[in-house]
Design a protein. Structure first.
Length: 228
């Protein structure tokens, strides 16, 4: 079974245009994401999935310059882009990471993929009930399952939000959710990079770090964010 990690991003984000390549301390946001994902034991399967619109040429050029695998697909139909990327790279299981998840934790990524592979689940997620912060969401989808159900994504919101239909139809497959039951300060915490205010906040978090950001696990980052 081949598992891959698909980072979905576009340059033309509405609330913070160009956020994926905005620099924090001289380093693009996408670089932070990649550096953290490269700590995953599944890092050989990392792909940046952006659109084939000319507006996303900067992302494609970034990937080309750095030798990062890049897939280009539909701008608006993100679900189709996600599936096409998984198919082209022959992923049996595709892990979804959003471009606003600067603090994606490789340990959580590995945990989710391990659960999916060992249990042969159709869908694995840590998003249910938001016991982990936004910005640390991890979702793994079995590609063959997604191929079967994507035709039922009959609303724009399902095409735009890759896994929303699955949460609305929990009985459609063999799903597994995992939760953070031990660190309640993380519940509902926002660490996703969505707007200028978020950019300022994550910049301050990175400045607080006294060791490389890749050495911080999700619990340590939550402690920094909540001033513990």
């Amino acid at each position: 079974m081949k598992a891959g990690i698909i980072v979905l991003c576009r340059y033309s984000s509405t609330r913070l245009p160009g956020k994926i390549l905005k620099e924090i301390n001289g380093k693009p946001v996408l670089t932070y994401i990649l550096e953290r994902l490269e700590k995953s034991k599944y890092s050989d399967g990392i792909v940046i999935a952006t659109s084939d619109s000319s507006s996303d040429d900067p992302i494609a050029n970034y990937c080309k310059d750095r030798g990062v695998n890049c897939f280009r697909g539909s701008l608006e139909d993100v679900s189709e882009r996600f599936l096409a990327c998984a198919q082209q790279n022959h992923f049996d299981f595709a892990t979804r990471v959003n471009g606003d998840n600067l603090f994606t934790d490789p340990v959580l990524v590995d945990q989710a993929i391990d659960i999916a592979l060992e249990g042969n689940y159709d869908f694995v997620s840590n998003v249910d009930q938001r016991t982990y912060p936004t910005g640390m969401s991890v979702e793994v989808v079995k590609t063959s399952f997604y191929e079967k159900i994507i035709s039922q994504f009959d609303a724009l919101e399902f095409r735009e939000h890759v896994t929303l239909w699955l949460y609305r139809h929990p009985a459609s497959g063999n799903f597994k959710y995992f939760y953070n039951d031990s660190f309640t300060d993380a519940h509902g915490l926002k660490l996703a990079l969505d707007c200028e205010e978020d950019l300022n906040f994550v910049s301050l978090l990175l400045q607080k770090m006294d060791k490389p950001h890749i050495e911080y696990g999700w619990q340590e980052i939550v402690k920094l964010a909540t001033n513990e």
